[in-house]
Design a protein. Sequence first.
Length: 480
Amino acid sequence: MQIDKARQYVYKPATAAHYSLQNFKPAIIKAVAQHENLYFSQKFTPVQFHPTLAFEPLHKQSEWQQSALQELLKYLKAHSPFYQRLFKEHNIDIRNIKTLQDMKYLPTTTKSDMQEHNWDFLCVTTDKIKEYTATSGTLGRPVSIALTENDLQRLAYNEQQSFLTADGKPEDCYQLMLTLDRQFMAGIAYYQGIRKLGAALVRTGPGLPAMQWDTIFRLQSNSIVAVPSFMLKMIEYAKEHGIDLHHTPVKKAICIGESLRQGDFELNTLGQNIHKEWPIHLYSTYASTEMQTAFTECGAGMGGHQTPDLIILEILDDEGNPLHSNQYGEVAITTLGVEGMPLLRYRTGDICTFYETQCSCGRYSRRLSPVLGRKQQMIKYKGTTLYPPAIFDILNSIPFIKEYVVEVFTNSIGTDELKLHINTPLPVDDCEHKLRPLLQSKLRVAPLLHFHSGSEMQQMQFPANSRKQVRFIDNRVTAL
């Protein structure tokens, strides 16, 4: 019985936290750990950050990453119950993985793996965990991500590098228009990154345009970190209250959570609507809680720069084979230097491509394209393939649509049906009369329309306990 409980502590420390270590003799814990080859071999070595690696040629970056990959594989084999099991099931001998090209022989990991086996990804005992974060649950139930002190230091370094990429300077003052609570990793990441950069920050949180503008002018915040759609509300408030958007202290915005660019790197409709009214520099970002790393644009605006000492990037086809630059596929990442819950060939579900030409900023690091869409959110509607971001871009371009939610569901014959939930200042009949031909011409299909009041739309977009504004609802019986 003692051995079984000790094994549970070793394998799933977070779920077995009600077992006190005092209940076990140290020899039992050690014996189990040694037997399972978990915690008493291949000690974790904190990553040696290499902030100039992105400026070195790609072959130098690959050499560095190959060495880091070897350490990661040994660490996973020694400490990760999930990857131990995965390696065994697929007969993987990690000694055969010698180069980045050999990664194609390794199985991939998915979001559903993390949802079903969350704590099997944990590589440390609970006493090493210093912070618990969680995903937003956009594509299912949230996944908990545990961070050690080393992980928190890595997170701070990652965001420091991101802000430097986005032309950040110690003399800047960043206004954080996002939450730092609700287990939101990005909030604490930006906070720590700005501190490591040496800049000043103001934690105003999300919402309340009046308060945001008052703080900007009172403290002369020259930079903001915000969701782009909220910036439209800032613009609307400014226009209503006589604020000259061409003469504000704000010079740049780090934009999170929503895409600003098209595949050709030109601003999409959302980006255009912001920039034409508020001509500040917009920097787009791409990240997720699981990867604990960000891809951030430089001033050239030609894709999010990979931080090569923190993450390995692959673009995969449906069978998990790596694709070349300029080919669209699914983003897969391998974390480097993560101690608590490292990931190997983790498929994010996002459809992108990457570019390998040197950027005008001087970096040789790979650049990630804007997200075309999420694989799970692909819609097959009346013979047309659609992704939600393309629909968002069209709706953002229509001035008489104030707010919207896109819903997809399974109809009576088992195919995808598309419904647009709309809030408009126009009379419903007038809006519908104008909207239908526009949608028909731009989408080539005519979705169902449902009109809502402002308060109804607010409830749809901000359901209880939601951390993000909801723009897309997938009510299909079997999501793609």
